[in-house]
Write a new protein. Structure first.
Length: 129
């Protein structure tokens, strides 16, 4: 039986994810299209901006975690996010380079796949009660 609290947390996490996807995609697009930075490098910068925003929103809203050491939690969050990012960038690179999928579409697919790793890692490790 799925607990209601877990379902609500997942939906909040998904909303935060949508916000961060918009941030990620915007930074990726601007750096790649306007500053002509290689899309993988742009994706790294986009990731750092989005993951920091994601940590703040998830800490305060999704998991309602106000106590504890923010730096320790951020390092755990960042570790989970790095794993999700590696999955994401692998999909981004593979689909773009080997299957000629437009890089923004590849990024959306990568984000969609890495969502579950990110949610479960943060729920079970970073913000574990």
């Amino acid at each position: 039986m799925i607990k209601i609290k877990g379902v609500i947390q997942f939906f909040k996490f998904a909303i935060v994810g949508i916000i961060n996807t918009i941030i990620n995609m915007s930074v990726l697009f601007i750096l790649t299209e306007y500053f002509h930075i290689y899309y993988i490098i742009s994706a790294i910068f986009a990731f750092i901006v989005a993951v920091t925003n994601s940590f703040i929103l998830n800490k305060v809203w999704t998991f309602k975690e106000s106590k504890g050491k923010a730096i320790k939690r951020y390092l755990k969050f960042f570790t989970v996010s790095i794993i999700a990012f590696l999955i994401n960038v692998s999909i981004l690179y593979s689909l773009t380079e080997f299957f000629n999928v437009y890089y923004l579409i590849s990024q959306i697919i990568g984000i969609s796949v890495s969502l579950w790793v990110n949610f479960l890692g943060n729920k079970l490790w970073t913000f574990k009660n």
